[in-house]
Design a protein around this ligand. Sequence first.
Ligand code: DX5
Ligand code: ZN
Length: 213
Amino acid sequence: MNTTVSASILSADVCRLGEELDRIKQSGCDHVHFDVMDGVFVPNISFGVPVLAGVRRHTDMFVDVHLMITDPLKYVGVFSDNGADMISFHLESDSDPAAVIREIKARGRKAGIAIKPGTPVSKVLPYVSSVDMVLVMTVEPGFGGQGFMHETLGKIRELKAYIDRECPGVHIQVDGGINAETAALVREAGADILVAGSYLFKGDMAEAARSMR
Ligand code: DX5
Ligand code: ZN
């Protein structure tokens, strides 16, 4: 599968968000990655629905909403109504995963299910065939700018083998610590949607995006 580059606006200059969204598009990135943190599921708070609505008004790019929140089922509707093209939520959240997936699909959005570094792949397998994408976190969720956890590579390989065998076409996304060097490792392991924040925003974004493919 071709590599999709998704720019995490957690690393953007939020006071110039419109210009940052234009930069993402002009740099040849494929998706905008929108991190929602509730301060409970993860020890940080980011941004929510009004900011997503503003992003939607400004750009026609594909917006991938990553919910790091305790009760995703309760919020799928409002994120879906305010501009999300894809919604991913955590298996480790309090909501019933099957119900969340049904709700995302009922609203006509693409569905992703995410696992933290400490969650084994076996736990997510029952849901893989009913989603568009599995997000394998390559850092502990909550903050940008952390170092890539190499021990997640085996999980990506294991998931890729399962997908090839059971449900080809399901995407594998990675998020956290991705740069040119770690992008090569995760691509080789089987990931095809690569999220990056600090690496893309810190310098020449077009060059950084190219180096991830
Ligand atoms: C972390 C977020 C990521 C974050 C990645 O919990 O889910 O999307 O922005 O940032 P980098 O690429 O800087 O590790
Ligand atoms: Zn994210």
